[in-house]
Design a binder for this molecule. Sequence first.
Ligand SMILES: NC(=O)c1ccc[n+]([C@@H]2O[C@H](COP(=O)([O-])OP(=O)(O)OC[C@H]3O[C@@H](n4cnc5c(N)ncnc54)[C@H](OP(=O)(O)O)[C@@H]3O)[C@@H](O)[C@H]2O)c1
Length: 289
Amino acid sequence: MAERLRVAVLGLGGMGRPMATNLVRAGLPTFVWNRSPERAREIGEHGAEVADTPADAVRRADVVITMVTDADAVLSIATDQGMLAAMPQGAIWAQMSTIGVAGTERLARLVSEQRPDVVLLDAPVAGSRGPAEQGKLVILASGPDEARDRISPLFDVLGQRTAWVGPVGAGSRIKLVNNLLLAFIAEGLAESIALGQSLGLDRQAVLNAFQGSPLVAPWAAEKLQRIGQSDYSPQYPLSLALKDVDLALEGVEADRFPVADSLAAQWRWVVERGLGGEDVTVVTRALED
Ligand SMILES: NC(=O)c1ccc[n+]([C@@H]2O[C@H](COP(=O)([O-])OP(=O)(O)OC[C@H]3O[C@@H](n4cnc5c(N)ncnc54)[C@H](OP(=O)(O)O)[C@@H]3O)[C@@H](O)[C@H]2O)c1
């Protein structure tokens, strides 16, 4: 069934590019668009059809995936750049960027007012660039039941698992919960290593002590390995991780989450030092300086 789906991928950054590449490799007719055209050209060489505008990319697509930075970017593509108006009757819009609850509600309102025939799925992903390359994302899908059978073969190309979590908005909520846990783990690594330094310990001795510890989950173990090599190349850039903590705190009583609030303030300080494009683990380096 997946072979018959024609897909448009809008946004070819660290996540969208490997996702689109996997769809091409799986043999799905894939149309791509990116704001900076050079990123699209490379996927074009692998067999995707490169479009000049979002509207051109989606005109013949059964499924449209948006994978860009934030809600403003998604809305600008959908409205100002004509994506929504150009989508074929009854097409599916799988919104996979992390845009939070309010952003997703804005999109749901837009679709119901302007294109009620379009099926909106709120389907953010867990897993960073490595899992995206390997087709091993976890897709936190939410939306109308009737879209599941149509979209599942495509989600199976992108991810190792799709969790259907409820109506539109549920996927974005679970994503924020997931990423807050991830933020605390990243911060735990950063502050533990910085504490080791403040206590006069050798950094490698701290990293060795963590090895094989039941406290260190596989995600953290991989991050510790990179920290050990002083490799802060972006898998999950700090600026995006901060955006996600901010989205989590948006619309809830921040007083109830003082630790998350203070983590966001500390990460903002690191971003302001120009390190937002590095991996989230760069907080470790910033705290050690
Ligand atoms: N990286 C991760 O680990 C990870 C994991 C799960 C979910 N996510 C989420 O997935 C989404 C994409 O992440 P990423 O890592 O691919 O980010 P990225 O590498 O920074 O790429 C961002 C993409 O958004 C596009 N974009 C930004 N503003 C735009 C605008 N105003 N109009 C049109 N396009 C715009 C960029 O286009 P240009 O190329 O022209 O700049 C680029 O294609 C984000 O919502 C992120 O939070 C990321």
